[in-house]
Design a protein around this ligand. Structure first.
Ligand SMILES: [Zn+2]
Length: 412
């Protein structure tokens, strides 16, 4: 459609105009001169533990780092750190965000090991890279004295991982919804992708309870672990389509008190995802049917039903809505213009990230890596190598400025 073509071309030209501003060029140059400093901040941040629901120590550190960038910084009641750079207009807001939390429990060893250029520690890349990128972009913009047209919020948010259920981003979108024009999420490393499609997912917890008893004298009594195993085997035999891609994971299992006790409780956490909301609904009912059948099988085969029966339930721990960024959006044009400028090629991806929440509310949003290379996310062997980090940082900065605009553009 001609109207769209003109609009998109105009916007791309607009975004690349930013690189003609001396302030923007100064900000881009700031990165390569400060790579050592950026690495050091990433190490500092990673070494402050941020288990799910316990992000406050790391939040304090990031707050002080953002304050050093000349920003007005506060922590909201959800725990998000918000640094504000007021634009020529405060009626419109864009956000650059990186999640604070890791998947690792308290007491996980998070000391960073340096081996040549390689940095290793749980959380070093996801999301040490994103948080270091957030600080670096804020610092570069501050040092170069860039004045944006729209207000920019630099945000380190809580609750991205697992049962955090995106609560930090949910709160941000609730608060700023009316003014919020675009969200750029920095998550992990790399420059190879841009997540513009939000993957719908659900996390469920199965709980089966029974009377419990002695392994010898009460043998034959219905056993919640047996029931859970029976139900789980039924569920994992469920056929899921390759397209639309649909997945499930039995991620955590617990229950029982000792080897010689018939347990009174067994629990299982399951993550299900799909490109299609319909498949997600089907898979959730398959889980419910499988667990019901597992409990029934166990009851039917137990010899002694006089001592009680099994009860089961499935709770939804979290749900992430789907959504998609329009290909003709201003944000997508800004990202592509940034890719062109830095000589990067990136593929469009669908994934479950903080961007799900704004996308589901019709707000432009993407999630990108903050440069360099990383691996082993969510494992104790996680690592990061900063080689090539500048490209990721420049790409993030240009995308952000592409959607915030520059204050002086108005007077031209
Ligand atoms: Zn992450």
């Amino acid at each position: 459609m001609p109207v769209r073509t003109v609009g998109a071309t105009h916007r791309a030209a607009h975004a690349s105009q930013a690189t003609e501003s001396p302030e923007v060029r100064a900000a881009l140059n700031w990165f390569s001169r400060n790579l050592g400093w950026i690495n050091d901040q990433q190490v500092r941040i990673t070494e402050v533990p941020a288990p799910p629901f316990q992000e406050s120590s790391r939040a304090e550190l990031v707050k002080s780092l953002l304050a050093d960038c000349g920003l007005e910084v506060s922590i909201d009641k959800t725990g998000n750190v918000i640094g504000e750079l007021t634009g020529a207009t405060d009626k419109e807001i864009v956000m650059l965000t990186a999640h604070l939390d890791t998947v690792f429990p308290p007491a996980t060893e998070v000391k960073v090991r340096r081996d040549g250029i390689r940095l290793s520690a749980p959380g070093i890349s996801d999301n040490g890279t994103g948080l270091a990128g957030l600080i670096a972009v804020a610092r570069a913009i501050h040092e170069a004295q860039i004045k944006p047209r729209r207000t920019i919020l630099f945000v380190a948010d809580v609750g991205e991982e697992g049962e955090g259920n995106l609560r930090g981003m949910r709160a941000l979108v609730d608060t700023y919804h009316a003014k919020l024009k675009a969200v750029v999420v920095l998550d992990g490393s790399g420059t190879d992708h841009v997540t513009t499609k939000a993957l719908a997912s659900r996390r469920l917890e199965v709980q089966i309870n029974g009377p419990g008893g002695h392994s010898w004298s009460d043998f034959g009594m219905p056993n919640p672990i047996n029931a859970l195993v029976r139900g789980s085997i039924r569920f994992i035999n469920t056929k899921v389509p390759a397209s639309p891609r649909t997945t499930f994971n039995l991620g955590q299992i617990e229950g029982g008190t000792s080897v010689n006790s018939i347990p009174y409780e067994a629990k299982l956490k399951v993550d299900i995802r799909s490109e299609s909301e319909d498949e997600l609904v089907k898979l959730e009912s398959a889980l419910r049917e499988s667990i019901a059948a597992g409990a029934r099988d166990e009851m039917e085969s137990s010899r002694d039903r006089s001592k009680g029966k099994l009860e089961w339930k499935i709770d939804v721990l979290g749900t992430r809505p789907g959504g998609e960024l329009a290909p003709n959006s201003q944000l997508f044009a800004a990202l592509r213009a940034a890719d062109d400028y830095v000589g990067n090629q990136s593929r469009v991806e669908r994934s479950s990230t903080d961007a799900n929440i704004p996308l589901a509310s019709g707000i432009e949003a993407i999630s990108i890596g903050a440069g360099g290379t990383g691996g082993g996310a969510h494992s104790l062997q996680e690592w990061y190598e900063p080689t090539g980090r500048e490209m990721g940082l420049k790409r993030a900065l240009l995308t952000l400025i592409g959607v915030s605009g520059l204050a002086e553009e108005k007077s031209k």
